[in-house]
Design a protein around this ligand. Structure first.
Ligand code: 5GP
Ligand code: ZN
Length: 139
């Protein structure tokens, strides 16, 4: 994709501080780093979001994410780490090329994810589980 900023980084058309790459994945420092060590793990092919990942690419991304998270932990020694991934504008995605945020976390670092717990009734959870199981069975 010619106007995709992450494709441009993959193709080395714009600079980035790359920490790791292999055939399918690349990891570099987030330009807007929330905390020191904030790293993005990115699919090399232009895949917009999680729905476009095949099993092989999903596995490679999970492997790179875990590897980078261990390295960030070793390098920065934070007491916490958020591994965060957004799909679509309502979820907060701003760059439409699949990426995972690896963010070292400290107490009161200002990064807030509001999590409005609804505690739905047991029957609702069971009904929702059936919907997902049917979708999984359909492929
Ligand atoms: P999203 O909001 O889609 O989950 O995250 C996109 C991230 O990409 C943001 O945290 C933003 O700082 C980062 N970003 C956007 N443009 C660039 C860029 O040109 N270079 C780098 N290294 N990061 C970028
Ligand atoms: Zn792209």
């Amino acid at each position: 994709m010619t106007d995709c900023v992450f494709c441009k980084i993959v193709e080395r058309k714009i600079p980035a501080s790359v920490v790791y790459e292999d055939g399918e994945t690349i990891a570099f420092m987030d330009i807007g780093a929330v905390n020191p060590g904030h790293t993005l793990v990115v699919a090399k092919p232009h895949v917009e979001n999680v729905f476009g990942l095949d099993d092989t690419l999903a596995a490679r991304l999970a492997q790179t994410t875990a590897r980078v998270a261990r390295a960030v932990q070793r390098a920065f020694q934070p007491p916490g780490m958020s591994v965060y991934q957004a799909n679509g504008v309502p979820a907060g995605q701003t760059v439409m090329h699949y990426h995972v945020h690896v963010v070292p976390r400290w107490e009161k670092d200002g990064m807030d994810l509001v999590w409005p717990v609804k505690n739905p009734p047991r029957e609702e959870l069971a009904a929702n589980a059936e919907k997902i199981k049917a979708a999984l069975a359909a492929g």
